[in-house]
Design a protein around this ligand. Structure first.
Ligand code: ASP
Length: 597
C-alpha cells in the first residue's frame, strides 16, 4: 500500500497502485505522489535510468490511476520529507501501467483550500478521497466496531428490524412508501425501531442492540439529517442505572478507539435542577452554572430597578471575559431572546452606572455569591419584569415545581448563557480539546403542554414509564408526573435519550388517554402493541444514541455531513444522486397516485 514503505524496505522490488496525487515534472525526472487510503509514496521516473517509462509518465495527470513496479530507494538526505511516514524512501519505477485516466477535476483531493460544499457534495466521490474524509470515515468504522464488540461481549445480540413498517411516534413526520399491491396504503420508514425493540423483549431476546438508520422528516434545520444512525438498545429487567452502565461502557470503548480515555460513572442531574442551574435540559458543565442572586438585593433596590421580586434574579457568570467596552456591551443585547417578559442587564456595570447606589450595595454580595472572585468575570443578569407572572395563571402546567413564569426566566438565561459562552470562548478558554464532560439528566417530566393544540403531549415518547409514585397524578395532575426517562449529554449536546418502558397494558392505555387518545384511536394505531403487552411482557428499558454526532465530536468536525459518507443537504437533497426526483407517470399510475402541483 502507498503508506507502507519505510527505510527498512530499501532495495525491495514492489508494486504500488493508486492515484496520482501530484506530479512534478523536472524534465529529466518526473515525481509523482502516489496515493491510496493509507498514504502517499513518492515515485520517480528517471529518463536516464529508463527512457521508455519516463516517456509514458509524461502522460500522467491528476488522479490518473496507475500501477508502478520498481525498487525502493533511500532518498537523498536533502529530499527527505519528515512530514510523511514514507518520507525517507521513494520508488524508482521500472514499469508503469496506466490503469485509468481522469478528466480534469472540479477540485483536487490534495487541495488545501476546500471547494464549496455544494461542489463537494455533488462530486462526493472526489471529496471522499481527501485525507480528512478518509480519516473521518475510518474513525466512524472504528467507533462503530468498538461499540459492536463491547455490546456483543456484554451479551447483546444485534438484531435487524424492518425499514418498511408503520409509524412510530418520535415527534417528527414520517417518510412514507406507497404500497403497489395494497393501493392507497403506505408503509412508514421508522423514526426509530422503538416498538420492534420492545417487541423483541416480549419475544425473549433479553438484550438487543442495533446500529440502525432512522428516518425523520423534520423541518429544515441546519445540522439535521433526514436519515441518521442510532446506536439503539433495549434490555429486560433493568433499573435506569443498569442502562447507564451499559452506555458508559460502550462510550468508553468508542472514545478509546479514537484515542481518548473518559471517566465513568457520569455525574447525574435532575431535570428540575438542570433547569434551575442552567436553564436548559442539556447543560454544558464546562461553563459555570448560574446563580439566583435575588437575596443580594434589598427590596428597595429591586423596586428601583423594576425587577420582579417574586421571580428568580439570575446571574450568568462567564469567567475571564474582561472589561467590555460600551460597544461590546451593546453587542450582548441581540443575543438575548426574552421568553415571557424576561429582561436582561447586559453587564453588571450597567446597573452600577445607572443606579450607583443600588449597584454599590449589591456588587460585593453578587460577586461573592456567584464565585466571581476575579474582577474580569462577566456578570449578566436576567430578571423578571414587574408585569410578568402578575396575572393569575390558570395554565395547568403552573402546578409544576418550576412555574411557567420562572421557567421563562430560566430558559431565557439558559439560552443567553450558551450564547455568551460561545461568543467569548477565545477569552474564557473553557472549551479545551479532549475535555469531555458527560452528564445524565434524569427525571424528565412525563408530559409537555402543547399550547397551540391545548393538549398534553409525551415529552419523550408515549411508551415511557411514569414514576411509580406519580401514577396517581396521571389523570389529576399530569404536569407533576415525572418519567423514568434519561438523556446522556456531552458538553451541552444531547447524545441520546432513553427510558424505562411501560410493560403493562392497563398503564399504557392510561397514558394514551392522558395524551387525549380515545380507545378507538389507540387501538387503530397501536392495537397490535397493546395486545402484545398482554402476553407476559417483562419490565424493560433502553436508550438510543446518535452515532453520527458521536463521531462528529470525536473527529472534531463541525457538521454531521463531515462524518456521513453520503449526506443530504439542509433541504434534504442528495446532490450527487440528485434525489429526490419526480417519477414516471406510469410508475405513479401503478401505485394509484396522482400528484397535485
Ligand atoms: N426511540 C427513542 C429515540 O429514538 C430512544 C429510546 O427511547 O430508546 O429517541
Amino acid at each position: 500500500m502507498c503508506g507502507a514503505l519505510r527505510l527498512s524496505d530499501a532495495g525491495k522490488k514492489v508494486v504500488l497502485m493508486g492515484w496520482c496525487n501530484r506530479r512534478r515534472d523536472l524534465g529529466q525526472i518526473i515525481f509523482v505522489d502516489l496515493r491510496d487510503r493509507t498514504g502517499v509514496t513518492q515515485v520517480v521516473f528517471n529518463y536516464e535510468l529508463n527512457a521508455a517509462v519516463h516517456e509514458k509518465a509524461e502522460a500522467l495527470r491528476n488522479e490518473f490511476v496507475i500501477a508502478a513496479i520498481g525498487t525502493v530507494k533511500r532518498r537523498d538526505a536533502d529530499t527527505i520529507n519528515p512530514n510523511i511516514p514514507t518520507g525517507e524512501v521513494e520508488l524508482v519505477v521500472e514499469e508503469l501501467r496506466i490503469l485509468n485516466v481522469s478528466k480534469p477535476l472540479p477540485f483536487l483531493p490534495s487541495d488545501t483550500v476546500l471547494a464549496n460544499e455544494e461542489m463537494r457534495l455533488k462530486y462526493r466521490y472526489i471529496d471522499l478521497r481527501r485525507d480528512a474524509m478518509q480519516f473521518n470515515i475510518e474513525l466512524r468504522h472504528k467507533v462503530a466496531l468498538a461499540i459492536r464488540d463491547y455490546l456483543s461481549s456484554a451479551g447483546f445480540f444485534e438484531i435487524e428490524t424492518p425499514f418498511m413498517t408503520r409509524s412510530t411516534p418520535e415527534g417528527a413526520r414520517d417518510y412514507l412508501v406507497p404500497s403497489r399491491v395494497q393501493p392507497g396504503s403506505f408503509y412508514a420508514l421508522p423514526q426509530s425501531p422503538q416498538l420492534f425493540k420492545q417487541i423483541l423483549m416480549i419475544s425473549g431476546f433479553d438484550k438487543y442492540f442495533q446500529i440502525v438508520r432512522c428516518f425523520r422528516d423534520e423541518d429544515l434545520r441546519s445540522d439535521r439529517q433526514p436519515e441518521f444512525t442510532q446506536i439503539d438498545l433495549e434490555m429486560s429487567y433493568p433499573q435506569p442505572e443498569r442502562v447507564w452502565e451499559v452506555v458508559e461502557g460502550f462510550l468508553t470503548a468508542a472514545f478509546r478507539a479514537a484515542g481518548h480515555e473518559i471517566k465513568t460513572p457520569f455525574p447525574r442531574m435532575d431535570f428540575d435542577d438542570a433547569i434551575r442551574q442552567y436553564g436548559i435540559d442539556k447543560p454544558d458543565l464546562r461553563v459555570p452554572a448560574f446563580t439566583d442572586v435575588g437575596d443580594c438585593f434589598a427590596p428597595a433596590d429591586l423596586e428601583q430597578l423594576a425587577i420582579n421580586k417574586d421571580l428568580p434574579v439570575i446571574a450568568i457568570r462567564i469567567p475571564r471575559v474582561g472589561e467590555l467596552s460600551r460597544k461590546e456591551r451593546d453587542d450582548i443585547k441581540p443575543l438575548f431572546v426574552s421568553k415571557g417578559g424576561a429582561r436582561v442587564f447586559e453587564d453588571f456595570k450597567r446597573i452600577e452606572t445607572k443606579f450607583p447606589e443600588a449597584g454599590a450595595r449589591v456588587r460585593e454580595k453578587v460577586r461573592a455569591k456567584t464565585g466571581a472572585a476575579a474582577a474580569d468575570d462577566l456578570l449578566v443578569l436576567v430578571v423578571g419584569s414587574v408585569q410578568s407572572g402578575a396575572t393569575g395563571d390558570a395554565h395547568p402546567a403552573s402546578k409544576r415545581k418550576v412555574t411557567p413564569a420562572e421557567l421563562a426566566i430560566y430558559a431565557s438565561a439558559g439560552l443567553l448563557r450558551v450564547a455568551l459562552a460561545q461568543k467569548y470562548s477565545d477569552r474564557h478558554k473553557l472549551f479545551q480539546k479532549g475535555d469531555y464532560r458527560f452528564l445524565w439528566v434524569t427525571n424528565f417530566p412525563m408530559f409537555e403542554y402543547d399550547e397551540a393544540n391545548k393538549r398534553w403531549v409525551a415529552a419523550h415518547h408515549p411508551f415511557t414509564s411514569p414514576h411509580d409514585e406519580d401514577m396517581d397524578k396521571l389523570e389529576t395532575d399530569p404536569a407533576m408526573v415525572r418519567a423514568l426517562a434519561y438523556d446522556v449529554v456531552l458538553n451541552g449536546t444531547e447524545l441520546g435519550s432513553g427510558s424505562i418502558r411501560i410493560h403493562r397494558q392497563d398503564v399504557q392505555s392510561r397514558i394514551f388517554h392522558a395524551l387525549g387518545m380515545t380507545d378507538e384511536e389507540a387501538r387503530s394505531r397501536f392495537g397490535f402493541f397493546l395486545e402484545a403487552l398482554e402476553y407476559g411482557t417483562p419490565p424493560h428499558g433502553g436508550i438510543a444514541l446518535g452515532l453520527d454526532r458521536i463521531v462528529m465530536i470525536l473527529a472534531g468536525a463541525d457538521s454531521l455531513r463531515e462524518v456521513i459518507p453520503f449526506p443530504k443537504t439542509a433541504a434534504a437533497k442528495d446532490l450527487m444522486m440528485e434525489a429526490p426526483t419526480p417519477v414516471a407517470e406510469g410508475q405513479l399510475r401503478e401505485l394509484g397516485i396522482q400528484v397535485k402541483k
